[in-house]
Every structure is written in C-alpha cells, then in structure tokens.
Design a protein around this ligand. Structure first.
Ligand code: ZN
Length: 247
C-alpha cells in the first residue's frame, strides 16, 4: 500500500540507459494510464464487487483508525495544516463516514434480513415501488452518484414489507459502485429474497464525476435496466415503465 511515499526506494527514473528497471517503470506507467482511461470511461469488470478474501479480517474500529491515518497523510500532502481546529477532526470524520455510512454495504454483516409474508390478498398484479432515493459512490473517482431507483415484481405467493426493498437498494448502493453493477446486484438480490424471477429494476442517476469535474456536464443522467422473468416481455416492461413515469 502507499504507507510512505518513498516506498520502492523512490528513485527518479531520469538517467536510465534502458535498464530493466526503466522498462518496468515504463510498463507501470502504461498500465496506470490504461487504468485511468478505463476509470474515466467507467468500464465495468464484473457483477460481483471486487473484494479480497480477507476484506473483513479487520474490525471496523481498526479500519477507521487506519483510514484516518492515511487520510491525514493525504491532507498533509495536499499542504493542509492539520493543527487548524476546522481540519483537525476531518480525518477521523471521513474514516467513520467511509466505514459506518457510505461504504457499510461492503460488509455482508450489514445486509438487511428479509422476511417474507404470505400474500394474503392474493394480489397477482405487478407491484411497483418507484422513486427510491439512491445515494452511491462511483468506484472510479469516489464521488457521489445521486438518483432514483424504480423496482417492480410479481409476487410468487409471498411478499416483503416495502421498506425492505429500500433497504436492499441502499445496502448495495453503500459501496464504491458502477451503476450497471449496482442495478444487477439489486435485481439479483430481489430475485433471491422474493423467490421469483419476475423482477425489474431501473436506476436513473447523476454522476458527480461527470458533472463536477472531467467533462463538467450538469444535465445528463445515466439510466440502467435489469429485467428478468416476465419483464423480458415487451408489454410487461412497458407497463412497468409507464407506471414509473407516473400513470
Ligand atoms: Zn466516476
């Protein structure tokens, strides 16, 4: 990791004569440039969040302590005076926010438990929950993704409390994310929790990495879709999209 800036003995690659070390530095620079481009293009590499097997060996307290240390270093490197009263508490605040709030959905222990109830009313039509508030973070820039999720399903004979749908959306949103992956993760989880294939998810969201930096486009939003089971039929999909639009 980047515990000290001089890691890897920190020698500049100036007066090299094409040595193996120089070639390695060039290869690393190319790899870095490629990754930067992929990140700016928001390239998705898979539908599972790429977590290491040892992701939760450390407890939350230790994670907060370590992240605060590293964030303090970032602020220091930026030239900020951490003895200033306004800044002194920031590293710890950011670390707590990462672990306990905006990225708490990385940890499976925070996954909402879903209880199914009998569908006593025998309601067999499409159930739509629209305009679910969605706050996530782009994994390429760690800045917010803000939008709405719209979800629908047909009951398999069982139903969930509506707030559980919000909780499932929020659990997967509270990770560094790519919108396509977030949409699929919510869809697949709803299929599992509801015991049905008949699930649809649409997310309409603005990415602050697009609006507040980079291309600085403040008007565009990104719409992603997940359709399974009955929602693969055009007519059913249209019924859902019309409901989302407010019919
Ligand atoms: Zn981004």
């Amino acid at each position: 990791m980047w515990s000290t800036p001089a890691n890897g003995n920190g020698k500049p690659h100036t007066n090299g004569n094409g040595t193996a070390a120089d070639l390695a530095a060039v290869a690393a620079a190319i790899a870095r440039a490629t990754h930067d481009d992929a990140g700016d293009a928001h390239v998705l590499t898979g539908f599972e969040t790429p977590l290491r097997p040892d992701a939760f060996m450390m407890d939350d307290e230790l994670k907060i302590e370590l992240i605060a240390d590293h964030f303090r270093q970032i602020m220091h490197i930026l030239g900020l005076d951490l003895t200033d009263d306004s800044l002194a508490g920031t590293p710890n605040r950011v670390a707590k926010m990462y672990v306990q709030e905006i990225f708490k959905g990385l940890n499976p222990k925070n996954k909402p438990s879903v209880t199914l109830f009998e569908n006593r009313y025998a309601y067999s039509e499409m159930l739509v929950e629209r305009d679910i508030t969605l706050y996530s973070h782009c994994e390429h820039h760690f800045v917010p993704i803000i939008g709405k999720a719209h979800v629908a399903y047909f009951s398999s004979g069982k139903v969930v409390g509506l707030s559980k749908i919000n909780r499932i959306v929020q659990y997967y949103a509270k990770r560094p994310q790519v919108q396509e992956r977030l949409t699929v993760q919510i869809g697949e989880e709803l299929k599992r929790s509801l015991g049905t294939d008949d699930v649809a998810v649409v997310i309409d969201a603005a990415h602050l990495c697009v609006s507040s930096r980079g291309i600085n486009d403040t008007s565009s939003s990104t719409v992603t879709h997940f359709y399974a089971g009955k929602f693969e039929q055009e007519a059913v999909r249209m019924q859902f999209l019309n409901a989302v639009k407010g019919l």
